[in-house]
Design a protein around this ligand. Structure first.
Ligand code: GCB
Length: 606
């Protein structure tokens, strides 16, 4: 069990959550001297930087943008005197990739993993009614003992540089909000919910974990604020007559208020927006409330101009509007769990999420997205001596993700890895451990999968049997037989699909990636690769294949928008497979998808 509660920070009758976002002091530790020189007490220099944001894209000096190593953040906060008597925490939405937190020069916590929240308990160390100095040391190096995987090399001038085994820029820093929390000592720590629904009645099985003393009471109200059910005790079942179900495109939310009481005294109160819905796989179908759904949507990134991977509330809103416009109903949080606000928005909008743990680059290659496709990177990744340590980090991230995200109705499935070397004979025990863990942790028993690259074929992949549904990343017409060979690509693709069909897996398949790089300025008739016309042609060809196989139950095109990657021969200032530009304007292919997706029924092929 995780050390602290990962409940989303809220103000309630009993809780205070103060956002500490804004300009923080900032220093890069070029000579790795911060520890020795006591930067935990005060960092040098006068530079300031926004939180939340990636640090990289503000600066005009390339050495700064590419900085690899320790970076230090600092801010001074007054911890209100009325917080005394509460349990007081700092809560970091994410610190990429690892962090050590100090208050008034004393270490309070450290955390490994750059995409999930963690808390620092400062109850004992905070000075109440006085100014406190918060210093955070963040390190953004990549290695093979933490996810995502990559290397850190040292250049001849002594500077460090990352070599990601993955295709997105190594944005880092305090990329999500930081909160100061005051919680009651007797408090609600976690809530688990599972649903069984019919049109007439829903049964919500609940379990509330608490800290300290007190008895639990629950109250469920509908969107108008009317109480529809209540319950007492930390475990039980709530029945709701004629429930308003949470549906695709219609994210009806109830509010579950959990209270902890001692006699008439309210010790703690927490409010959780919940959607009453059931997700299940039945044969080749993905069922939501018993009805089949066909997934239409995207693989995305948290990525935008200037703030990089920093949470950007305006970009979030625009992305959801674009998803509605184009007729999408789902996305995968490739290749890491996103900011919590995004799931809350998806809950309200009725958008389905495949939630992915940051396990990308488990395939040794200096350019995973390319070498993986050719098989060149296959070096028996799962036989490396670092594997036990990596698995530990991976399992911990998986646990943090499930604990954080399990109550979002939008989350319908877990993706446990992206494009790992699942052809390695040693991969199976590693995968098995993850799949078992996800099942054990999630009381809703959501379907599990991993996104498979092209070498993970029916004959070579050692792990696909573990998946509840199969998720394929396929680039026929791009990495495989592009341009004038597009007809060959289609034949090759159909041959692969015939092989899958022959296995009679009786499981749904989705395409978790497919697409083609497209530079928005390029138009050409007849088409050439990289032009807008070619992106349209590739998508049309691939869709015709999807449409021929009844067990294909979803398509999530790569990618929602163009995004930043490491520079190199394969990338034109980033990955250009976006259906939208990085500035969230449509390419021609967006109109093709809009036409297709608005006309495909939700239960297409059922
Ligand atoms: C993939 C990866 C994704 C890349 C994409 C590409 O298979 O999962 O991270 O960005 O291919 O565009 O090559």
């Amino acid at each position: 069990m995780l050390e602290h509660s990962l409940l989303y920070p809220l103000n309630t009758e009993t809780r205070t959550a103060l956002k500490l976002d804004g300009m923080w002091r900032f220093a890069l530790d070029w000579n790795s001297e911060g520890d020795e020189k006591g930067w935990k007490d005060h960092i040098p220099g006068r530079d300031t930087i926004p939180v939340p944001a990636s640090f990289q894209d503000f600066y005009t000096d390339k050495r700064i943008r590419e900085f690899t190593g320790d970076m230090w953040y600092e801010t001074d906060i007054v911890v209100p005197s009325f917080f005394k008597g509460s349990s007081v925490f700092l809560r970091f939405g994410a610190a990429t990739h690892r962090a050590v937190v100090y208050i008034n020069g004393e270490e309070v916590t450290r955390h490994e993993g750059g995409f999930l929240p963690f808390l620092a308990d400062i109850t004992e160390k905070a000075r109440y009614g006085e100014t406190n100095r918060i210093v955070v040391k963040i390190n953004n190096e990549l290695n093979e003992t933490n996810i995502p995987c990559g290397l850190t090399i040292t250049l001849s001038d002594g500077r460090k540089m990352v070599k990601p085994y993955f295709d997105f820029y190594n944005y880092s820093g305090l990329q999500r909000s930081v909160y100061l929390l005051a919680l009651p000592h007797d408090s609600i720590e976690d809530i688990d919910l599972s649903y069984s629904v019919s049109e007439k009645e829903a049964a919500i099985t609940y379990s509330v974990r608490t800290r300290g003393s007190g008895v639990v009471a629950l109250s469920l109200s509908d969107e108008s604020g009317r109480e529809v059910a209540s319950a007492d005790g930390s475990e039980g079942v709530i029945h709701v007559k004629n429930p308003h179900l949470w549906q695709v495109g219609n994210g009806y939310l109830y509010t579950l208020k959990a209270m902890l009481r001692s006699g008439s005294e309210l010790l703690d109160a927490y409010e959780l927006p919940i959607g009453i819905r059931e997700v299940r796989i039945d044969g080749e179908n993905i069922l939501l409330n018993g009805s089949p759904v066909y997934l239409k949507g995207f693989g995305k990134h948290e990525d935008s101009d200037i703030v990089g991977r920093g949470f950007n509330i305006g970009v979030m809103k625009r992305d959801f509007e674009l998803m509605k416009w184009i007729g999408a109903n789902s996305f995968r949080t490739s290749h890491y769990p996103y900011d919590e606000e995004i799931y809350r928005m998806a809950d309200r909008e009725g958008v389905l999420i495949i939630d992915e743990v940051p396990a990308v680059g488990l395939f040794e290659s200096l350019a995973n997205f390319f070498d993986a496709g050719t098989g060149k990177g296959a070096k028996s990744f799962f036989s490396k001596p670092t594997i036990p340590q990596l698995l530990e980090a991976h399992m911990r991230a998986l646990e943090e993700m499930i604990v954080r995200d399990k109550n979002h109705p939008s989350v319908i499935a877990w993706s446990l890895l992206n494009e790992p070397e699942s052809t390695d004979p040693n991969s199976y025990p590693y995968f098995k451990a993850l799949f078992d863990k996800a099942l054990e942790l999630d009381v809703q028993k959501r379907p599990r999968t991993f996104a498979m690259e092209v070498n993970s074929s029916p004959t070579k992949c050692k792990c696909f049997q573990l998946c509840d549904f199969i998720a394929l990343n396929r680039y026929y017409g791009w990495y495989i037989l592009g341009g004038n060979e597009i007809d060959e690509a289609q034949k090759r693709f159909r041959a692969e699909m015939d092989e899958w069909e022959a296995l009679h897996l009786n499981k749904p398949f989705i395409f978790s990636e497919y697409g083609a790089d497209t530079v928005p300025s390029e138009h050409k008739l007849p088409s050439v690769m990289w032009s807008q016309e070619y992106q349209v042609e590739v998508l049309e060809m691939l869709h015709s294949v999807f449409d021929s196989y009844s067990f294909v139950k979803g398509e999530q095109v790569w990618a929602f928008a163009d995004f930043q990657t490491t520079e190199g021969l394969m990338r034109v200032n980033g990955n250009k497979k976006g259906i939208f530009t990085r500035q969230r304007q449509p390419k021609d292919a967006a109109f093709l998808l809009r036409k297709r997706w608005l006309s495909l029924p939700v239960d297409y092929k059922s």
